[in-house]
Design a protein around this ligand. Structure first.
Ligand SMILES: Nc1nc2c(ncn2[C@@H]2O[C@H](COP(=O)(O)OP(=O)(O)O)[C@@H](O)[C@H]2O)c(=O)[nH]1
Ligand SMILES: [Mg+2]
Length: 262
């Protein structure tokens, strides 16, 4: 079973494009069992009724709801905890953006790489067959700098794409991570999209094996506004560097003796 996690904040427009595509891809091409877990994070638009009508039309979807907007960190925590409860060890959990920039057609490549022996596979713009469309020069530059920054402070062999939230995880790894870190699996909850990087760091501390599969980021298809607050997210990245190294070796020392994932 494949679980698809969708964090959704004011995504009433793009959800109507993305979700039917996921459903069509699974039922007509992959012919695999899948289940969507979507979290409406206190949206002020019609995201919640949209999700509910998709469910009443027979889509395999579980909807989590936050009455107030709690941010991506808490939403991701809730989605991963719910998925870990529902999934069996050999299931796969895939997290995508809801803004229709992450095409479902790349799921097969992610899953294949898990079956080749990786524990986490990141949908990457920076491998052969990957790329991006529709990102302006400023956003391209910022994204490149952010990825250099992450690679410098948190080197993982062979990994080039750190900031993409489109990833596949072994469900057994997520269960192991929640069992190990508890509520600290995602510790920086109010700091923008830094939770996406924190997950990589925490899984690296568990000895997870990372891989990448190609993805073309379709920013040209995004109809809603970006919710990325660059300043908060950048601050979150800095905090992660400090926590990872400091004091007395930071998280590297603190989690040195935890049971590794194998
Ligand atoms: N739950 C929740 N999701 C959010 C929030 N902000 C952004 N998201 C979701 O996180 C994903 C990434 O945001 P997005 O606007 O696509 O960022 P961008 O692709 O970097 O421009 C999307 O699925 C959003 O709906 C938030 O405050 N709460
Ligand atoms: Mg996005």
């Amino acid at each position: 079973m494949i679980y698809i996690l969708l964090p959704a904040y004011n995504e009433e427009v793009d959800i109507d494009f993305l979700v039917p595509k996921i459903s069509k891809y699974f039922s007509e091409e992959l012919k695999w069992d899948y289940h969507i877990l979507a979290c409406n994070d206190g949206s002020k638009d019609n995201t919640k009724p949209k999700l509910e009508s998709l469910k009443s039309n027979g889509l395999p979807i579980t909807i989590l709801n936050h009455k107030i907007n709690r941010g991506l960190g808490e939403t991701i925590r809730d989605l991963f905890e719910a998925a870990a409860e529902m999934a069996s060890d050999d299931d796969i959990i895939i997290r995508m953006d809801c803004d229709d920039t992450h095409e479902p057609q790349f799921i097969k490549g992610l899953v294949d790489k898990i079956h080749e022996g990786n524990d986490v596979v990141i949908a990457s713009r920076f491998v052969e067959g990957g790329g991006q469309e529709g990102l302006n020069a400023y956003r391209t530059f910022i994204s490149k700098m952010a990825n250099y920054f992450m690679k410098f402070f948190f080197p993982i062999k062979g990994l080039k794409e750190y900031s993409s939230g489109y990833r596949a995880y072994r469900a057994s790894l997520i269960k192991h991570a929640i069992g190990t870190f508890g509520n600290s699996f995602i510790q920086l909850k109010g700091l923008g999209f830094s939770c996406t990087l924190e997950k990589v760091i925490k899984l690296k501390l568990l000895g997870a094996k990372f891989g990448e599969a190609p993805m073309v980021l379709r920013y040209d298809q995004k109809r809603g506004e970006s919710k990325m607050v660059g300043s908060v997210t950048t601050f979150g990245y800095m905090v992660l560097v400090i926590l990872y190294y400091w004091p007395w070796g930071g998280w590297r020392a603190q989690y040195k003796n935890v049971k590794k994932f194998s």
